[in-house]
Design a protein around this ligand. Structure first.
Ligand code: ADP
Length: 165
């Protein structure tokens, strides 16, 4: 059984992430979407909120589960008996960082391979940051995220005055 993990911050999950999830779920027997508890970044959504939004988005894909994790991604992958780490590559600007990460992870844990899926060109400009910036200034984000995420992002920005979450 081939188990893969798809790690990331998912703050929040976008249609670009979901495209990768759907495609990876067709390749592997089980895909674990692994949401990083990263205290270095200050996320808009709590870890529980990010996991809940992703779980809702993935509920119709039977071989996908969503979990949070802390620490090294390779350690989490090993604990879950995953042999593959999936990452999305949007553009050449992603490459430098991703290749370094993949090579570091291989050095740390050679039994786990990083596999890159090329982003659907439709979503190549899209990031969680783009979603948050657009929402901050009141733009329509419905083409970037699913309705549950749109609602959650709107709620964050409407809770505070002057576009501050
Ligand atoms: P990280 O903080 O680890 O970069 P992200 O949540 O931003 O986490 O992204 C997780 C993974 O999803 C990364 O491999 C990233 O390249 C990929 N990704 C992000 N946005 C898109 C997109 N629009 N299309 C496809 N893959 C994407």
């Amino acid at each position: 059984m081939a188990i893969a993990i798809y790690p990331g911050s998912f703050d929040p999950v976008t249609r670009g992430h979901l495209d990768i999830i759907h495609r990876a779920a067709r390749i592997y027997d089980h895909l674990i979407v692994a949401v990083l508890i990263n205290s270095a970044k200050s996320p808009l959504f709590t870890i529980e909120e990010r996991v809940a939004l992703l779980t809702e988005c993935c509920r119709d894909i039977p071989n996908v589960t969503v979990e949070s994790f802390d620490g090294l991604t390779v350690d989490f992958a090993r604990k879950r008996h995953a042999t593959v780490m999936v990452r999305g590559l949007r553009a050449v600007t992603d490459f430098e960082n991703e290749i370094q990460l993949a090579q570091t992870n291989y050095a740390l844990m050679p039994g786990i391979e990083t596999v890159f899926l090329a982003t659907n060109i439709r979503w190549s400009y899209l990031s969680s940051t783009v979603v948050k910036e657009a929402a901050r200034y009141g733009s329509d984000i419905s083409k970037f995220v699913t309705p549950n995420v749109e609602q959650a992002v709107r709620a964050k920005f409407s809770a505070a005055p002057s576009g501050q979450p």
